[in-house]
Ligand binder design. Structure first.
Ligand code: FES
Length: 154
């Protein structure tokens, strides 16, 4: 290694600051409202943390509680399910079914020792790009306070 390379190498090392830990959040979004809302947030270049990885489902009513558990099993620090507002579901009642299932999800998380705060269910419409950005920002801040998900404790 020449001296110049060593010098540059040292300078690069000095400029690399330790990066702050960022949570990873699995977002399970209904295609018709929430995914469109996320798309709007992106196309409007709204600022929100790059912490969410999105999986698109036809409707929030399609969300099996196992999808949420799978997210934690795969190492996500949090999971969010976003769907159309009540009355706006393209399959009429899918989001009402989802809302009922969320109670089951919360029970499952509790029985596994996964803090409820690591899960969030929310309505986000296709025109609510701002809301999508807010939800991701709020969830990111909440999970940062909780720290990395350490796995199932029970
Ligand atoms: S289509 Fe969005 S919740 Fe049913």
């Amino acid at each position: 290694m020449s001296e110049n390379t060593a010098t540059v190498d040292k300078q690069v090392d000095e400029t690399v600051e330790p990066r702050e830990w960022q949570p990873t959040i699995l977002g399970i979004l209904c295609n018709w409202c929430s995914y469109a809302g996320a798309d709007l947030a992106g196309s409007a270049r709204l600022h929100y943390p790059e912490t969410i990885r999105i999986v698109r489902v036809p409707c929030s009513g399609r969300v099996d509680p196992m999808f949420v558990l799978k997210g934690f099993q795969k190492g996500f620090d949090a999971v969010m399910v976003l769907g159309c507002h009540p009355g706006d579901c393209h399959y009429a009642k899918g989001n009402y079914y989802a809302r009922r299932r969320i109670a089951l999800v919360k029970d499952l998380l509790k029985s596994l020792g996964i803090p409820e705060e690591r899960f969030h269910f929310e309505w986000v419409s296709a025109s609510e790009g701002n809301r999508f950005a807010e939800v991701v920002t709020e969830m990111t801040e909440k999970v940062k306070k909780l720290g990395p998900f350490e796995g199932v404790t029970r």
